[in-house]
Design a protein around this ligand. Structure first.
Ligand code: DQA
Length: 148
């Protein structure tokens, strides 16, 4: 069965209470449940992981290579700062889709830069938690195409 990792970075554990006007009122657990339910409907296995630590996210990407067919990644603020995460994605050669709840391009200038985008299959932002569903669908379609 195809398996996909949903990987969330710093401060996303606080979803629901963290700036709900920007990130919505759903908790991370709500978002993860929604992804798993969607995975069941598509007959794919969804695993979820969140860490506030850059190194733990890098370790998770390294480990993902042998366990998952692709990754949906919301790297939070590390998106805008982390060459190390960019290098990790480039090193594992797994398809990664970058997701953000908010439209990072409509926010502060420092959020316009993504170190993830050049090594990601694509970027989805501005659609709230539905972005994770869009990313799963895009990844499944990509994986179907690459094995056809
Ligand atoms: C975010 C956008 C980032 O700029 C921010 O640092 C986050 C969340 C989003 O999902 O909209 O932590 O990745």
């Amino acid at each position: 069965m195809t398996s996909i990792l949903i990987l969330n970075g710093p401060n996303l554990n606080l979803l629901g209470t963290r700036q709900p006007e920007v990130y919505g009122s759903e908790t991370l657990s709500d978002v993860e449940k929604m992804c798993k339910t969607h995975g069941q409907a598509l007959d794919i296995d969804i695993s979820c992981l969140q860490s506030n630590h850059e190194g733990a996210l890098i370790d998770a990407l390294h480990a993902a290579k042998s366990k998952f067919k692709g990754v949906v990644l919301n790297a939070g603020a590390y998106t805008h700062t982390s060459v190390a995460l960019m290098d990790a994605i480039a090193s594992v050669s797994l398809p990664v889709i970058e997701v953000h709840l908010s439209n990072i391009h409509a926010r502060e200038t420092f959020r316009h830069k993504s170190f993830i985008a050049p090594v990601a299959l694509g970027q989805i932002c501005g659609f709230g938690s539905h972005g994770y569903i869009l990313a799963i669908d895009a990844l499944v379609k990509h994986l179907a195409g690459s094995t056809a």
